[in-house]
Design a protein. Structure first.
Length: 276
């Protein structure tokens, strides 16, 4: 009975707090006490309680809040895109832990099946890099496309904890770590520089052994075959050759993370958005 009353109170509070005003006034803030807010009604009471316990455990373990908010349509709150809505929710409800308000918010807007994944604070930016944010999204998008909301949120919370753990250990999920597979930097230098030099040395050595020793001639006339071309005028003329080289700038493709790291906007948020 106590658990049912708690769940009912939680649902009423969330529905009121998330739908009471269509837009947020400048500087207006409220406090959202829960990590999982299901105003769209995607979860059962027991599912929401389980997710709340899991999110709270990860959040308190790493000092970085892991939040879930579901709404029917971000346009109802006066926003033109789901990114702006997610960032406004984060600020309006004062989400995040510590002085930097570290946290990660997964916002679902159900009308057009939009999602936004936003991180705030140094701990979150380190754990959820640009590349890592998209990798994290892959863990729950497959569930959402099958309308498995509980499974998707469970994967998000669990994998967010794994990403935070890796960042805490100094090995965040990012492009360099994924590409090098943990290879020692000295080994990479040897492979990149030493191996090509060794191959070039062996090739040059082999070519040198096949060459016949010759005596260096002093003039161009010494290189003529006897009885060959007759030179009326014998002069050695050296002509300079001018070579122009144009540097072609290298371009970097933005096909899924680039050179790694985290891109933070002017509002202090990183992350991305998309459809599910």
């Amino acid at each position: 009975m106590k658990r049912n009353c708690f769940a009912l109170t939680l649902l009423l509070l969330l529905l009121f707090s998330l739908t009471a005003s269509p837009a947020f006034a400048d500087g207006e803030t409220e406090t959202l006490e829960y990590y999982v807010s299901d105003a769209a009604g995607l979860l059962t009471q027991s599912q929401q309680q389980n997710l709340e316990i899991a999110a709270r455990g990860v959040s308190e373990r790493f000092g970085c809040g892991i939040y879930v908010i579901t709404i029917n349509d971000f346009r109802e709150f006066g926003f033109n895109n789901v990114d702006a809505c997610a960032e406004a929710f984060y600020n309006h409800y004062q989400l995040g832990l510590g002085s930097e308000r570290n946290g990660s918010l997964l916002l679902l807007s159900m009308k057009d099946r939009d999602y936004a994944l936003k991180a705030h604070g140094n701990i979150a930016h380190t754990a959820f890099t640009d590349y890592g944010s998209r990798r994290l999204a892959e863990t729950f998008l497959d569930n959402f496309r099958q309308n498995d909301w509980y499974g998707g949120f469970s994967d998000y919370i669990a994998n967010a904890g794994e990403f935070l753990g890796r960042a805490e250990a100094g090995n965040p999920v990012d492009v360099p770590q994924q590409g090098s597979r943990g290879m020692d930097p000295l080994v990479k230098i040897v492979l990149i520089v030493g191996v090509p030099l060794l191959i070039a040395f062996l090739c040059c050595t082999g070519m040198k052994r096949k060459m016949k020793p010759v005596k260096k001639a002093g003039t161009a006339e010494d290189y003529l075959v006897p009885g060959g071309i007759h030179l009326d005028v014998k002069q050695d003329i050296f002509v300079n050759r001018s070579v122009q080289r144009t540097v072609i700038p290298k371009t970097r493709s933005d096909g899924g993370g680039g050179g790694g790291g985290t891109t933070i906007n002017s509002g202090g948020f990183s992350g991305h958005s998309g459809k599910f």
